[in-house]
Design a binder for this molecule. Sequence first.
Ligand code: ADE
Ligand code: ZN
Length: 332
Amino acid sequence: MEEFIKEIPKAELHLHIEGTFEPELMFEIASRNDIDLDYKNIEELKKAYNFSNLQEFLDIYYAGCNVLINEADFYDMTMAYLKKAKEQNILHTEIMFDPQTHTDRGISFETVINGIHKALADAEAKLGITSKLIMSFLRHLPEKAAFETLEQAKPFKKWIDAVGLDSSELGHPPSKFERVFQKAKEEGYLVVAHAGEEGPPEYITEALELLQVDRIDHGNRSLEDINVVNNLVERKMALTVCPLSNLKLQVVKDLKKHPLKKMLDKGLFVTINSDDPAYFSGYLNENYIEIQKALDLSKENIIQLADNSFKASFLSETEKNKMLEKLKEFTN
Ligand code: ADE
Ligand code: ZN
């Protein structure tokens, strides 16, 4: 089964590029930028990766970003992930980046997006991995700041496919961002939002009804309200579920208690993703492998999850069909 999971062609749809920043590369970039980290060495840093909730993780994740200064830093971080993705038989990836994490430190929007975009373009040319880019607004900041970010993105719009909503969920409902999402939609962006990771099912309803999202990131807590489940099923709304993230952030106490199988059984359109793999001890294949073992998922479940990953992507129908064809060839 492990070999089957490693080799099956798949797409990744929920991945924060800043969450792929491995300690080894972090120390290397800190050194070349002459920045001191709060930790003496890699071992000490890794010891801090022990989180009891989302906020504890976010504090460390944002601190790690402080060493990213130059375009080359963003390029190297992005390319390291894309090489990993290639090894894991990921044909297509849709990555999020958090511009405000960098612009608030005085790094220009242009520096950030140039580095990420160049890596995505090189990976397509040299590794054959296709991608989409999602610009996420930090929900702990005011809506006004998200409007400013949307404005800064204008010259680079051709490189950005969607906008998203991430960071501290509790106390920052989707309704706080209704106007900026409406503007983003008017400008032609697709939209996604984290909802129902730590936040209640009402946040999922707000993301659907007020933000008019094209996909929900996480959505685990939909199971607490049958009306929300029915609404998601009726809309065939994709959910990007992240098992190891849920375990490490204590959204679930044990992978055996993870809701993924229940979600599949209820007809929800779920996909598996890695979220912040450098912090949660596993990239996409490790997420598939661990959840398969914990929930005793069948080969058919795995094929369905890979199939969902392409169908829930923002690729064109033609591109989706090409990748689904590769999946079929592999499973036949
Ligand atoms: N930013 C990076 N990872 C995140 C997560 N799992 N939830 C919310 N914001 C995030
Ligand atoms: Zn996420």
